[in-house]
Ligand binder design. Structure first.
Ligand SMILES: Cc1cc2nc3c(=O)[nH]c(=O)nc-3n(C[C@H](O)[C@H](O)[C@H](O)COP(=O)(O)O)c2cc1C
Length: 172
């Protein structure tokens, strides 16, 4: 039965997801980045708020500088690419944003894994939180909203990325 085989493949992918912190030097194909971001914007969120924004970082100097900030994202230094997840930081929506942040992060990791691309969450803390916002020019308010009326598209390839979770956004 093809459905069962398909289900088994999906479940195998879900079970196989691990944090990957050592990376090959290959660049991440744009098709993979596009697919990961497309999955992110199709993720559900509390009250459909989509209180997130994604900063894609290719620049190796920036990645190394981010890796050196206070937190748990040292693996960024060896990554070909990082995606910073920025939440809106609405103090009245902390629980919802926290849940949504984890949900969208996991989906992005799974989308990457579907292409054989390893990733890991990396958390900034303490002074690293303000530093990363300053470094990337992340504003205090105003986040982008993705339209949800597009058709999802996908593409394929194989490389490695890091998913950076910018939890600090909740304390803006
Ligand atoms: C909410 C959350 C936050 C995490 N933060 C970090 C982090 O800051 N740095 C890091 O290297 N890994 C981080 N991880 C990855 C965990 O360390 C990893 O998932 C855990 O050790 C289990 O390993 P596995 O995912 O390979 O099974 C985080 C994972 C979760 C779920």
């Amino acid at each position: 039965m093809p459905e069962v085989e398909n289900a088994q493949n999906v479940i195998a992918l879900l079970k196989s997801l691990r944090a990957v912190r050592q990376f090959r030097p290959d660049p991440v194909p744009q098709e993979v980045v596009d697919a990961v971001l497309d999955v992110a914007r199709w993720s559900g969120s509390a009250s459909n708020q989509q209180s997130w924004e994604f900063v894609v970082i290719h620049n190796q100097e920036t990645l190394r500088a981010l890796a050196a900030l206070e937190g748990f994202a040292a693996h960024l230094a060896g990554a070909a690419l990082g995606i910073v997840v920025v939440m809106a930081g609405d103090q009245g929506q902390v629980e919802q944003e926290t849940f949504d942040e984890g949900r969208v992060s996991e989906r992005m990791m799974l989308a990457a894994a579907a292409y054989g691309v390893g990733s890991s969450i990396g958390w900034f803390k303490g002074r690293g939180r303000a530093a990363v916002k300053q470094m990337l020019g992340i504003p205090r308010t105003e986040i982008l909203r993705f339209a949800q009326d597009d058709t999802p598209e996908s593409a394929a390839f194989d490389a490695h990325i890091v998913l950076v979770e910018l939890y600090c956004s909740l304390t803006r």
